[in-house]
Design a protein around this ligand. Structure first.
Ligand code: 5RP
Length: 217
């Protein structure tokens, strides 16, 4: 199976968690694109979705699924999203698509976080994938210097503005041995809007497309 076929397979497997769910939290990325296509097949059975990005919002609307404001719907039962890396502890690095802040908000506001990945995303230790950090534009250089102090090599994602009108630093070569601690440390740097370590609120279920199967962690 190709990587994209594996993404499609885990996206389909995530539909198992959508039974009797009225409002679905929807992430961002190429794996979630498949998920939205499956969601479209049952759009008559759901009230709508809360979306983590303008990109997913556009796709949801294009398939006829109402997009709802998180403030209007309260706690969500289920949130489905991809990841750039995931460990056996269900800690993740996310933000390759730049939607990390809204993704973290929806994850926090959801009872169940279902992470859908192909096997290439599974790691023992986070950090090979450059860590996305969303930053207020005027704090870019300051936060970059703080990242260097933490041992990382920040690279400004040029020509990219997030849905929240901020910028992204992709931080290379960080040793993320203690993801919860590093998430807290980076969260505390002034000017950081959100760090792409998802460890304080890990996934609850990870569906991995591996070989021709879907494995549940
Ligand atoms: C976007 C994300 C995505 O979930 C992550 O980048 C994985 O994307 P894909 O499904 O395309 O591999 O965090 O901000």
């Amino acid at each position: 199976m190709t990587q994209d076929e594996l993404k499609q397979k885990v996206a389909q497997a995530a539909m198992h968690y959508i039974k009797d769910v009225a409002i679905v939290g929807v992430g961002t990325g190429s794996t979630v694109k498949h998920f939205i296509n499956y969601l479209a097949n049952i759009k008559g059975d759901i009230e709508g979705a809360v979306s983590s990005s303008e990109m997913s919002t556009a796709q949801l609307k294009s398939v006829g699924i109402p997009v709802l404001d998180l403030n209007a719907v309260g706690t969500l039962d289920v949130y489905v999203d991809g990841a750039d890396e995931v460990t056996p502890h269900k800690h993740m690095v996310k933000g390759g698509g730049g939607a990390l802040t809204r993704e973290k908000i929806i994850g926090a506001a959801s009872k169940k976080f279902i992470c859908i990945v192909d096997e290439t995303k599974c790691v023992d230790v986070l950090g090979k994938f450059p860590l996305p950090v969303e930053v207020v534009p005027m704090a870019r250089s300051y936060v970059a210097r703080e990242m260097v102090k933490l041992g990382g090599q920040p690279v400004w994602r040029e020509n990219f503005i997030t849905d929240n009108h901020n910028v992204i630093l992709d931080v290379h070569n960080l040793d993320i041995i203690d993801p919860i601690k590093l998430e807290q440390i980076i969260n505390n740097i002034t000017g950081v809007v959100c760090v792409g370590i998802f460890a304080m609120r890990p996934a609850d279920v990870v569906l991995v497309g591996k070989g021709t199967e879907v494995i549940t962690l």
